[in-house]
Design a protein. Structure first.
Length: 236
């Protein structure tokens, strides 16, 4: 008889929540909307969760309503979540409708009640509507789960193009429209400086409640995210 020793490695199943901002500001994008970027990132994160045999849930923040898909594991569930997200990305091409209130703080409050131990919440958003109303629900959520902010951006938002003359620009969240002169160099520089300062303040606020990554500007954000979702194994 030959003795055999079987070694066991702890299978640690985690729960991953994807909170995807599908509000009007995510419809913007020069080549690809920010929402489509978020959907692609969500798909990659979902595959990481499936590979690690972790549970995956989703909160789709649509504006007037929030869709909650409870955590489950398996390929069929991942496909269901991705189909819902693709549907949202398609709906985002409809004409903008101003939101009466910011729906994200309420979505964070709902998540704080839904999350349990060993949960990781990834918020995919441009975070442009970040205000003091976010602070308390984000803080509560960070106490219940590991919180990761994935900031989705479009390069054109940081710098106005020159030489396009007068443009009518609309705030997709409020519906307010203003006229801007892209030929005015001083205005373009003021815009760039203001956006840079606001972005720095926004990132500083987010970092107080969790890990904050810029996507797709960070070199390897998925490597960092993959480290949050270990693959458990058992074998002889």
């Amino acid at each position: 008889l030959t003795p055999h020793v079987r070694e066991y490695h702890e299978e640690k199943q985690l729960t991953l929540w994807l909170a995807v901002d599908c509000t009007p500001s995510m419809r913007f994008g020069k080549r690809k909307t920010k929402l489509k970027q978020a959907v692609e990132l969500a798909g990659l994160l979902g595959l990481l969760a499936e590979r690690g045999k972790h549970k995956l849930g989703a909160v789709l923040i649509l504006g007037q309503e929030t869709q909650i898909l409870p955590p489950k594991s398996g390929t069929a569930h991942l496909q269901h979540i991705m189909q819902k997200l693709l549907d949202c990305a398609t709906l985002s091409m409809q004409p903008n409708q101003a939101l009466p209130t910011d729906p994200l703080p309420d979505a964070f409050r709902q998540l704080a009640h839904l999350t349990q131990k060993n949960s990781t919440v990834l918020v995919l958003s441009d975070f442009l509507s970040l205000t003091e109303a976010w602070h308390l629900p984000l803080g509560q959520l960070s106490q219940r789960a590991k919180l990761v902010h994935l900031v989705v951006q479009d390069p054109i938002e940081a710098r106005l193009p020159a030489g396009l003359g007068m443009l009518a620009v609309q705030d997709p969240e409020t519906g307010e429209t203003v006229q801007i002169d892209t030929n005015d160099a001083r205005f373009r520089q003021c815009y760039k400086t203001t956006v840079h300062a606001q972005t720095a303040q926004r990132l500083d606020t987010l970092q107080q409640t969790g890990l904050t990554l810029l996507a797709p500007c960070d070199a390897e954000p998925l490597d960092i995210l993959a480290s949050l979702l270990p693959v458990g194994r058992s074998g002889p």
